[in-house]
Design a protein around this ligand. Structure first.
Ligand code: SIN
Ligand code: FE2
Length: 200
């Protein structure tokens, strides 16, 4: 495993080997069955190119009413529990006993991306944000804690783990593009990003 620091964000390359990645995909299968991916729209009504769902006590949703954490999938059911192998990554990486409230599951198909944003819907920014990349490579852009600052980009690969914490907890970040088909982890291609957060 190698560790990079980019603008205060810790990027741990190769945390999960191929077998561990495959186990996570297996663990996600029943989660995606119970809480299917949906296409969120922003408050302005624009469709996001990423499809998403969540596991945990709370899930993150965006619709015409805005974005927020809520205890239900848009179709009304409680979110499934966060699978143990995903919780294990959080505990290992953060060293905290407290479990995250939310595991946001983002799916990037061909052409999907995510604009620069801050993760700031959580109550307490002293908790880090941990994110896990699975599947296709993605170009991750990291900026400043203020909009409009200089940015740096780094390719994330399957099995990499990103930690945004401390002074880098509120940096702007986004995914410019993925290299569709660069990984064979997901049978239909694409990328899954798991974002673990303490929300309340
Ligand atoms: C996000 O910031 O919500 C997603 C980041 C990623 O896909 O790596
Ligand atoms: Fe984010």
């Amino acid at each position: 495993m190698t560790r990079l620091m980019v603008r205060g964000v810790e990027i741990r390359k190769g945390v999960l080997d191929g077998a561990a990645q495959a186990r996570l995909i297996e663990a996600l299968r029943p989660v995606l069955k119970a809480a299917p991916l949906f296409s969120p729209v922003t408050a302005s009504g624009k469709a996001m190119s990423v499809r998403m769902t969540s596991a945990g006590e709370l899930g993150w949703v965006s619709d015409k009413r805005g974005y927020r954490y809520q205890p239900m999938h848009p179709r009304g059911s409680a979110w499934p529990a966060i699978p143990d192998p995903i919780l294990a990554i959080w505990h290992e990486v953060t060293g905290h006993d407290r479990a995250p409230d939310c595991c946001l599951i983002n799916y990037y198909g061909e052409g999907a991306k995510m604009g620069l944003h801050q993760d700031r819907d959580e109550a307490d920014f002293s908790w880090p944000v941990v994110s896990v990349s699975l599947g296709d490579d993605a170009l991750f852009r990291i900026g400043d804690t203020m909009r409009g600052g200089k940015t740096e980009s780094v390719w994330l690969s399957s099995g990499d783990v990103v930690v945004m914490g401390g002074p880098a907890r509120l940096v702007y970040h986004g995914i410019d593009r993925i290299r569709f088909g660069s990984s064979r982890l997901l049978p239909k291609g694409g990328r899954i990003n798991l974002t673990l957060r303490v929300a309340v």
